[in-house]
Design a binder for this molecule. Sequence first.
Ligand code: EPZ
Length: 419
Amino acid sequence: MEKIIVEGGNKLNGEVNISLAKNSVLPIIVASILSPNDIIINNAPILEDVVVLSDLLTGMDCEIKNDSNGNLKINTSNIKESNMNSELIRKMRASFLIMGPMLSRFGKCKISMPGGCNIGSRPIDLHLKGFKLLGAEIEIGHGFVEAKAKKLKGNRIYLDFPSVGATENLLMASVLAEGTTIIENAAEEPEIWDLANFLNSMGAKVTGAGVGKITIEGVDSLKGISYTPIYDRVEAGTFMVAAAITNSKITINGANEEQLRPTIEKLKECGVKFENIKENVMLVDGTGTKNSVDIKTLPYPGFPTDMQAQMMTLLAVTKGSSIITETVFENRFMHVAELVRMGANIKIDGRTAIIEGVESLTGCEVKATDLRAGAAMILAGLVAQGKTEISDLYHIDRGYVDIEEKFRGLGANIYRVDK
Ligand code: EPZ
C-alpha cells in the first residue's frame, strides 16, 4: 500500500507552481460533450479524477488524449450514450455532471445514482428539480436516474442552496435549450465563472456567472476551441497554510488574489502577510506570530469548505481557542480524529469544532479521510515531531498533482513509499 512519509521540522523556502483547477477542468471536460468539434484544454492537470472522467468518456467512444505538451485533446462527435460505465460513475461523483450535456445533446440520459462519500450524502435533488423545470421527465429506480426531453426549454430556476454541481449541470443543460433560462441563487465559485467563460468561448450566451443570477440565451450549436482554465485556488490555499504552519516565507506561482480573497483574509487575521508580486504570483510570509481565529465555511464568496481541514491543522498548533463551523457539508470533520491522534486538542459539537492550540504535534500513522483532509495530514506532518505516515493516498491523488514533489521542492522532508 502506498504511503506518504513526512519528517517534521523543516522550514520551507523558494517557490511552488500551482496546477490548473481540478474543479474547473472536470466540468469543462464534461461540457465538451455539447460540441462535436475538437476541444483542447491547455495544461490540464493529470489527476486521478481527470483520468476516471477520461476513461468514462473514452468508454463512450469519445476521443480523449494527452498531447506531448500536456494538453488534453477531446472530440465527442461519436459519443454513444449506451456504453456509460456505471462503475466509473459511482467512483467519482462529479461524473453526474454528464447528465446536463447528454440530456441537451441526445434528449435523454440514464445514469447510475452517484454515491455519497465520506463528507456527506451528496444529494442531487437540486439538479433534478432544475432538469424538470427545463422540461425533462425524470424517472428514478433500481439505482438509476433517467431524464428525457425532446428539446429542453428555457425556464426560471431558483436553487434552494447555491449548489456548485447543480449550477454547472443546469448551466450546461441550458446553453442549447430553446429560449432563455435564468438560474437564481446560483453558486458563485470562480469555477462557475470559468465554465461559463469556456461555454461563451464556444459561442454560448451566458451572462451573470459568478454573481448569483445567471442568464442563458439558448443557441443552436457550439464550436470547438482551445481553452486554459483558472489556477487551483484550493491547492494555492493549501500551500499558503503550509507557509503559515512552518513559519516560512514562500512564493506561489498561480495564486489569483481575487479568487483566494476569503482564504487570504482569514490567514491575514491569523497573522500571515501577503505581497502580490505580479499577476497570479504571491509572496506569502508566514514567519510572524499566529493568532487563533474563528471560521465559518460558506458558499463562495464565504470561506471555502475545501480549505477547512487545512486551516484546522494550522489552528491546532496556534496558541489560543478557535472555533470552526462547517455549514456546507454534514460530515466534514473526519480529519479531527486523525489530528487528535497526533496530539491536537479538538472537540466536535455537531457542525462545530472547538480547537485549543497545542505546543506541538507528534508524528504517527494517520489516514487521508477525504481529498482535503489528506492535504491537511501533510501539513500536520510538516510540523509534527518525528515521522508521520499517511495512508489512503487515493483521496489525495484525486485532487493534487505531484503533491510530495511540490512540497519537496520547497524543502520539506517528504517522500512516497510503497509498503
Ligand atoms: C463541489 O462539489 C466541489 N467538487 C467540492 O470540492 C466542493 O467542496 C463543493 O462544490 C462546495 O464548494 C467539484 O467541483 C468536483 P455542492 P458539489 O453541490 O458540486 C448540497 C473538493 O475537495 N446539495 O455545492 O458536490 C450538498 O448536500 C471537492 O475538491 C443539495 O442539497 O457541491 C452539500 O451539502 C469536495 N442538493 C452542499 O449542497 C443538491 O442537489 C454543497 O454541495 C446538490 C447539493
